[in-house]
Write a protein that binds this ligand. Structure first.
Ligand SMILES: Nc1ncnc2c1ncn2[C@@H]1O[C@H](COP(=O)(O)OP(=O)(O)OP(=O)(O)O)[C@@H](O)[C@H]1O
Length: 345
């Protein structure tokens, strides 16, 4: 799997984050000839700040790729297909390059492709307003939801917490193909201590992106678990099941932890008095009384497009609970949905 940079023909830049650049690429030499388009993610370890760590990302991707190879050999009903597979990598004194299959769209692109825009004429002031409408069918939403749960079940079975599940890190072969693939393990955590970088009870809490952060992270719970990923998938489910591809959260919540916590309480109701994992959180005891008691919004509103699928709504309800040890795991959630034979609806 290790290769040389000279084996790779680098094309145009297609993306990147704070510490990396992603390019289209073609591979020369011995690499898999079945597909001609790949994505190459280049990171300079010297530039990175924790929790970003490309050396750790590489270690972790190699472990996942080994497990994906084993699944292939065993002809297992593959969970690994919903997780990006490392095809090759190179290391030089200044950079690490990771080669992946190329995906044409992320979840934002798929959402754009399934958005209907309606124009409404306002008789009173003569203006025209344009309204976005979610055009997904319930079975399409469930296909994406199940794919994400399968991907998480695979990642978690390997002792890995992704830590940044959000629409930018969910890719698809094309905007029309609804089998999701989870990418970007740049800030992921591998049990038991993230290769010596973070002890299990003092993990970095500045992880995940905006709306997709789990509530315990906002209260600085450092011994959190893979259930932070379950919460993120629940927020994604709210987004893709909404009337108009919005979440019930305030806009400020994307940038402010305090606003996000307020939005979470407004949406899922006030947390229970016996929320064990935040018992010792100083910020929680200081703020608890500062919030009015809130009632959990109806799941019919939160999952507008799935409201006629009670098993799915119930699964969501059991994923979105404050006490993270009580949240459903990915494999439990999958079993619940499969048992409802939703795929036939
Ligand atoms: N395999 C791929 N196929 C197509 N595009 C990709 C692929 N991998 C990454 N990208 C694009 O590059 C972007 C950045 O990739 P990635 O998230 O892995 O890097 P990052 O540095 O961790 O980014 P961030 O800091 O935003 O999390 C992705 O959001 C996506 O748009």
């Amino acid at each position: 799997m290790e290769t040389k940079k000279s084996d790779i023909e680098v094309g145009k830049r297609i993306g990147g984050g704070r510490f990396s650049d992603v390019y289209m690429c073609r591979t020369l030499g011995h690499m898999n000839p079945s597909s001609s388009e790949y994505a190459l993610k280049i990171t300079e370890p010297e530039d990175e700040l924790p929790p970003h760590n490309v050396k750790n990302e590489l270690r972790l991707l190699r472990k996942l790729a080994d497990a994906q190879d084993r699944e292939d050999k065993e002809n297992d009903t593959s969970l690994g297909k919903n997780v990006v597979r490392l095809i090759a990598f190179y290391q030089s004194p200044i950079e690490i390059g990771l080669v992946f299959p190329f995906y044409k769209s992320d979840l934002n692109g798929v959402i754009a492709n399934n958005t209907k825009v309606r124009s409404a004429f306002n008789l009173q002031d003569g203006t025209i307003t344009r309204k976005r409408e979610n055009n997904f069918s319930s079975s399409q939403i469930i296909q994406i939801f199940k794919g994400l749960l399968r991907g998480l079940a695979f990642i978690h079975s390997q002792g890995v917490i992704h830590r940044d599940i959000n629409p930018n890190n969910i890719m698809f072969e094309s905007p029309h193909e609804l089998e999701p693939v989870i990418i970007d393990f740049g800030i992921s955590y591998m049990n038991p201590d993230n290769n010596g970088l973070e002890k299990p009870d003092s993990k970095i809490t500045d992880i995940a992106t905006g709306y997709y952060k789990a509530p315990e992270l906002l209260l600085s719970v450092k011994n959190y678990s893979n259930k932070v990923d379950i919460w993120s998938v629940g927020v994604i489910l709210m987004l893709i099941s909404s009337k108009d591809f919005t979440t019930p959260y305030s806009q400020d919540s994307a940038h402010s932890d305090l606003a996000l916590l307020a939005s979470i309480f407004n949406t899922f109701g006030s947390p229970p008095d016996d929320w064990q994992e935040v018992k010792t959180s100083r910020s929680y005891s200081a703020m608890n009384t500062a919030f009015f008691r809130k009632i959990r919004k109806s799941s019919d509103d939160l999952l507008f497009k799935l409201k006629d699928l009670p098993q799915c709504v119930q699964t969501f309800n059991e994923m979105m609970v404050y006490e993270s040890s009580c949240r459903l795991s990915a494999s439990e959630a999958l079993k619940r949905i499969d048992s409802d034979r939703l795929q036939n609806q």
